[in-house]
Design a protein around this ligand. Structure first.
Ligand code: SAH
Length: 380
């Protein structure tokens, strides 16, 4: 069982190697504790001015140990030698001082590319949460779930490398250099990205930069907005009888005629990320390539945020509707019959701004359906 304690102003003694204990020290300092590091292996390379450092007394030096343990509110054992750990626990027991243990921070620097999902903390994976909890530094993006980052990565320095769309070319190299630099210094580095790191996230480039530099790197996949944001308003990207394929494209660059032609011929669901700026060209291109203007379409803006908005339309009117409603990035565009399923699945909490005639008239098997009216309110 776990429970939270407020450590503000409390005297916390951390016992262990300076490097192994660095994360515990950083976390308790963040929490507002008065921290003493009792180092078993000499002073740390980087000293924090807010932390008191003392060398660990010998295990036989009972009075020296009592001087440390006695005034403490909590003793945290990280990686002291076994006999010292046991003696300190014994003395703390006599003095009724709380003790806890925690694993040492990793000594070998590494980079973890973490997919943060579409922005809601609950959509982080368990592995993502563990990587954040173990991080010395987190480089995070604009679209990553940043609201709870300080709590999720309590020992980490948080570095915003957020980039506005169309402005990332220059900075990418510098981000890669920083990842490598910090990992080489022995730190556990997390690169937190929105969605999945390998879906239009430049995660591949960052992985290769680390590998080229000889820095260990691992990837924690994330919940991609390509699937999750349509789901946020009840659009399944595949649906039996309606669509057995979905294609995810970036709207950042306008698709070529050959690509548009291929998309239309393939059929299924089309999901466009970064599609707001070029929406008009993409929609016009799909129409040119022969896609039915009546094809249901939707744009879901700011999925999973308090201001999530879903706009339902059809391909022929999509660009006009988006312009009229001032649809803005970040947004996921979904084009295909599956959009027609949404009003049935949506939990009415999301605003439906514009419901075309097909909504309420399409069923997966083509039969008309009787639907209860869609709630156009702004939710609970
Ligand atoms: N790697 C990310 C995608 C990065 S590209 C992923 O797998 O989700 C950035 C685009 O993702 C945005 O322009 C937008 O199209 C989409 N996106 C990401 N998060 C979103 C959100 N919460 N709501 C709407 N769109 C989102």
């Amino acid at each position: 069982m776990q429970f939270d304690l407020d450590v503000t102003g409390r005297k916390v003694v951390v016992l262990g190697s300076a490097n192994g204990a660095r994360r515990a020290v950083a976390r308790f300092v963040r929490g507002g504790a008065r921290v003493t590091l009792v180092a078993t292996d000499g002073p740390p390379v980087i000293r924090l001015s807010t932390v008191r450092y003392v060398a660990a007394p010998d295990v036989e030096d009972t009075s020296g140990l009592l001087r440390l343990v006695g005034p403490a509110w909590l003793v945290v054992s990280v990686d002291p030698p076994g006999p010292l750990r046991e003696r300190v626990a014994e003395l703390a027991g006599h003095l009724r001082v709380m003790t806890t243990t925690e694993a040492a921070a990793d000594h070998a620097g590494s980079v973890t590319l973490v997919g943060g999902g579409p922005g809601r903390t609950g959509l982080l994976t368990v592995d993502a949460v563990a990587a954040l909890a173990a991080a010395d530094v987190v480089f995070y993006d604009r679209l990553a779930p940043t609201g709870d980052l300080a709590a999720l990565a309590p020992a980490a320095e948080l570095v915003d490398v957020g980039k506005a769309p169309f402005h990332h070319r220059v900075e990418q190299r510098s981000i890669e250099e920083q990842l490598v630099h910090r990992a080489r210094a022995g730190e556990s580095v997390v690169r937190l990205k929105g969605g999945d790191p390998f879906v239009f996230g430049r995660g591949g480039e960052e992985m290769l930069a680390c590998l080229t530099a000889g820095v260990p790197v691992r990837v924690v996949p994330g919940v991609s907005s390509a699937v999750a944001v349509p789901a946020a308003c009840g659009i399944p990207v595949t649906h039996r009888g309606l669509s057995h394929a979905f294609t995810v494209i970036s709207g950042h660059q306008r698709p070529t005629e050959a690509e548009l032609d291929g998309l239309v011929r393939l059929g299924g669901t089309l999901v466009v990320l970064m599609g707001v700026v070029n929406l008009e060209q993409i929609a016009a291109g799909l129409l040119r390539a022969g896609m039915d203007p009546a094809t249901p379409a939707a744009v879901v803006e700011r999925g999973y945020s308090d201001s999530q908005r879903s706009t339902f339309s059809h391909l022929g009117a999509l660009a006009d509707d988006a312009r009229r409603l001032e649809v803005a990035s970040p947004a996921v565009v979904v084009i295909g019959a599956v959009v027609s399923v949404a009003p049935e699945l949506a939990d009415a909490a999301h605003v439906v701004d514009h419901l075309p005639a097909w909504a309420g008239a399409l069923a997966p098997d083509g039969a008309p359906v009787d639907r209860s009216p869609v709630d156009r309110g702004s939710g609970p």
